[in-house]
Design a protein around this ligand. Structure first.
Ligand code: NAI
Length: 248
């Protein structure tokens, strides 16, 4: 695994699931991590756990990632606490599934505001710090659903496809400052989010995964760590699917 000694990573949605796994992987490989989520109880518990094995490595911050002003304020606090930020992982995300006929405007707005605008908010907040930092990286956690679509997830598909477009634009815009920006597109990963799937849907999905199982959160964390590493300096604007071969 790459070494992140002396590096600072911000991981949004770090309170559980994939984000928690990413935060843990960074700390285990030498980084300090700002664990951000909506509620202090979840990101606080993750930070406590990480500090128990790696004292002083993590700090918890609660914010609604969709709130532009609040994210700008939070970034000042994180930069004051840690100094420059080297790595930003936009992982916070939500689903509000439903067929279009029944989808409420509120469900559309919540998903777009969290999954897409949330990344705009954090990139705006941290870009100056990233541009000055060593080996600066932005990694957006998209989804295979942003690549192939899914009935009942028009809002989620649009948000993740938008995030992929945003990734490429940011990659081009910040390339002159050596900031790389990539997306990781997970397939179906065992977390609370996929725990909500019905048994029938789970079986249908499984039939489409060549490697024959759901992924683990660590599979996503491993890909994120590589893209965040010094060694990945020549990779930018890419979408790396970690999906058991589902979208090949
Ligand atoms: P999860 O539901 O277990 O965790 C989501 C995290 O995001 C939580 O810590 C939550 O507090 C945080 N969050 C949600 N809304 C927020 C807001 N408004 N402000 C701040 N934090 C907020 O989700 P999971 O499964 O770990 O997914 C993480 C990311 O990976 C999401 O972006 C999701 O769309 C994506 N993903 C997950 C897949 C899966 O199979 N679990 C598949 C493809 C993508």
């Amino acid at each position: 695994m790459p070494n992140f000694e002396g590096k600072v990573a911000v991981v949004t949605g770090g309170g559980r699931g994939i984000g928690q796994s990413i935060a843990k992987a960074f700390v285990e490989n030498g980084a300090k991590v700002a664990v951000v989520s909506r509620s202090l109880s979840s990101c606080g518990a993750v930070a406590d756990q990480l500090n128990a094995s790696h004292p002083g490595a993590a700090k918890a911050y609660a914010v609604d990632i969709a709130d532009h002003e609040a994210v700008q304020e939070l970034s000042k606090q994180i930069i004051a606490d840690f100094g420059a930020v080297n790595i930003l992982v936009n992982n916070a995300g939500v689903t509000r599934d439903g067929l279009l006929m029944r989808m409420k405007e509120e469900d559309w707005n919540t998903v777009l505001d969290t999954n897409l605008k949330g990344a705009f908010n954090t990139v705006k907040a941290f870009m100056r710090s990233l541009m000055k930092a060593e080996d600066p990286r932005i990694i957006n956690i998209a989804s295979v659903i942003g690549l192939i679509g899914n009935a009942g997830q028009a809002n989620y598909s649009a948000s993740k496809a938008g995030l992929i477009g945003f990734t490429k634009a940011v990659a081009r815009e910040l390339s002159g400052r050596a900031v790389t920006c990539n997306a990781v597109a997970p397939g179906f990963i065992t977390t609370d989010m996929t725990g909500e799937l019905s048994e029938k849907l789970r079986e249908e999905v499984m039939a489409k995964i060549p490697l024959g199982s759901f992924g683990e959160t660590a599979d996503i964390a491993n890909a994120v760590l590589f893209i965040a590493s010094k060694e990945a300096r020549y990779i930018t604007g890419q979408v790396i699917a970690v999906d058991g071969g589902m979208t090949m």
